[in-house]
Design a protein around this ligand. Sequence first.
Ligand code: AKG
Length: 295
Amino acid sequence: MTPEDILAHPARVLSEVQRRAYFATGYLAAPGLIPDPWLDRLNALSAAFIDKSRTVAKSNEEFDLGPEHRPARPHVRRLRTLVDRHPDFWRFASESVLADIAADLVGPDVKFHSSKLNYKWPGGGEIVQWHQDIPAWPHTNYSPVTLGVYLCDVPAEQGPLTCIPGSHRGPIFVHRDAKGAWTGAVSDKDMAEAGLDRTEDLTGPAGTVIAINCRTLHASRANFTSRVRPVALFVYSSADAFAWMPAPSPTSHTGEIVRGAPATVAHLDPTPCPVPPDWSRAGYGSIFTAQQGDL
Ligand SMILES: O=C(O)CCC(=O)C(=O)O
C-alpha cells in the first residue's frame, strides 16, 4: 500500500497529525499508548530473562551477549526472536494496541515480520551506527515499519534511537565494506551527505512507542546514565509486502497476518534495493556482531 492508500483508512489509535508526521519524516515517537499492565508484564519478562542469562556463558539462539557478560554482571545486548521466547510477547505483538498502531502506519492488513529486545548498558561505550533496516530484510515495497516500545524512561543521555528526517525518501545505501562484506552500517562517506546536522532523538517516558520506517536512516546514542535502556522492537508490514530474501532472524510467527486479511496481489515498488547476504546460508548474529565485524 502507498501512504495515500493507508491514510485513506481511518486511524485506530494514532492521531492524523501523528500519522502524517510519520509519513513526512519517516519516524514517530508516541508516548502514552501502551497500557500499564502490558508495560509491567514486558518489564517483568525482561527482568526474568536477564536473570536467566546469568546461567549462560556465550551467545545462543536466545541471547546475544556482549564480551563482558558475567553471571554477576549480565551484558545481554539482545533477547532474540522475542515472540518465541514467551507466549506473552506474541500476545503483545498480535493482540495488543501495538498491532493497531501498526495498522495505522501500514494499512488495515498487517503482516508480522520479526522481533527482538535490545538492551543498551550503562557506560557510554555502546552505540548502534547509522543504518537502514530494509537492506537486511528487503521486501517488495517499503511499507515495513519497526515499532519499538521503551520499557523505561529514555531521555537524551540514556541511549535513545535517533533519526534523520526525510531520509526514508532518499537513497537506500549498501551496508557493506569496500570488499563487499556485510557491515550492517552505512559508510562514513555515504553518511557525509546524509544530513547528520539535522538528526532528531526519539526520547520519551516509559511506554513510548517509536516507529521507524524501513528506509529511515537511524542510529542510537550512547547510554551515559547508570541505568540500562531496554527497547522491545517489532517489525510489521502491509500484507501486500513480501520478503524476497530469507529473513535474518525468522520467528515461528514470521509472515502471519495480525490484522485484516492476507493479500491476494503483491505491491511491487520499483525503487531498487541492495541485496543482502543469504542469511539462510550465511547465518546472522545481530546488528551488534555485524557492526563490530564479528558476523
Ligand atoms: O537498540 C538500539 O539502540 C538500536 C536498534 C536498531 O536500530 C536496530 O536493531 O535496527
